[in-house]
Design a binder for this molecule. Structure first.
Ligand SMILES: [Zn+2]
Length: 335
């Protein structure tokens, strides 16, 4: 990341940054495009070896923890009522994920919330659900925006899809959904047409933590999945909404913590920096489109070049060209 916007005091966030720096490469949605066939998680599993993946558990704030392994970060909220998780990584990791959950809480897992449809975020749904004993009167609920359920049940080319296990059958179709667990209000916001068309951001109001999904991936350009309803304008709107939900602490450090889809624990200043980057590159490409430049001319002009050293590495899923092309196509209204 570029220099922090706030002061240089050693905040909890910076400690988190130190802990995260060696834990995760800035790579995300690995094997994602190829993995999207019909039964997404199974295909994804076949392409990745999880033998050496270790799950790291990091306390975030209040009742909330972050689990990092392979795939998207998992958010946990734990307390006397049980456990709520946001996203599930991949099925082969389910025993290790459950092992980490059990170190924090012996209670029932009551909710799984999926931030979006990509297999590195929903892949462990079914495997985990099968490991969770059903508690009378408190069944496990899997929640996501209805566009996630629609995409998981209507894969391309399948006329009569078979019901798949681990589906988010407690879907919502309203601008937000709220619930209460462990004495804390939890609000799930739909962020339309951002990373995909089914993105949710989860606010833990008492713990003061936001789980952002892949709308926010520090260390990598956002993946605008145009094929699944993503757009640059929706991405910016979603980042602005996250900024509405966050309140910084002293010298703009700390305060509300933000758990990204991939990468280290962040705070509002990090999201400001990321939002600014997306807006600046969007504006440059918009100007180039207004001048009548073609996609090849825009790529050749390298409108993201001053950000590439921060957001692109050799392992990046979203290269500079891919991001520029996605922004261009999104602004032109083409997939
Ligand atoms: Zn994703």
């Amino acid at each position: 990341m570029q220099p922090a916007l706030g002061g240089a005091g050693a905040s909890a966030c910076q400690l988190h940054r130190g802990a995260r720096a060696s834990a995760l490469p800035p790579r995300f949605c690995a094997a994602l495009l190829a993995a999207f066939v019909i039964v997404v998680p199974v295909t994804a599993q076949a392409q990745q070896n999880f033998d050496n993946v270790q799950i790291q558990t990091l306390p975030v704030q209040g009742n909330v923890y972050m689990l990092a392994g392979a795939g998207g970060n998992i958010t946990l909220q734990v307390g006397k009522d049980g456990v709520l998780m946001v996203d599930t990584e991949f099925a082969p990791l389910a025993p290790r994920i459950m092992g980490e959950i059990r170190k924090l809480s012996p209670g029932p897992v009551r909710y799984i919330i999926n931030t979006h449809v990509h297999p590195d975020h929903v892949g462990g749904n079914d495997a985990l659900a099968k490991m969770i004993p059903q508690t009378p009167g408190a069944p496990l609920k899997i929640i996501a925006h209805e566009n996630v359920l629609n995409r998981m049940t209507k894969p391309a080319g399948a006329e009569t899809p078979e019901p798949q296990p681990g589906l988010p059958l407690d879907e919502y179709s309203t601008p937000f959904k709220d619930l209460r667990l462990n004495g804390e209000a939890i609000i799930i916001y739909h962020e339309p047409n951002a990373h995909t068309d089914g993105d949710s951001v989860v606010l833990f109001r008492g713990s003061d933590v936001v789980s952002a999904g892949d709308i926010f991936t520090p260390g990598g350009y956002p993946f605008l999945d145009l094929e699944r309803g993503g757009s640059v304008q929706g991405e910016i709107a979603a980042l602005n909404h996250i900024l509405e939900l966050t309140v910084p602490g002293h010298t703009q450090e700390g305060g509300t913590y933000v758990i990204p889809g991939h990468g280290r624990i962040c705070d509002e200043a990090d999201v400001v920096e990321y939002r600014d980057m997306v807006v600046i590159i969007r504006d440059r490409i918009r100007d180039m489109i207004a001048k009548g430049m073609t996609i090849d001319q825009v790529k050749a002009a390298r409108p993201s070049r001053d950000y590439d050293t921060e957001y692109v590495s050799k392992d990046s899923f979203v290269t500079a060209d891919r991001f520029v092309e996605a922004v261009y196509k999104s602004l032109k209204g083409a997939k």
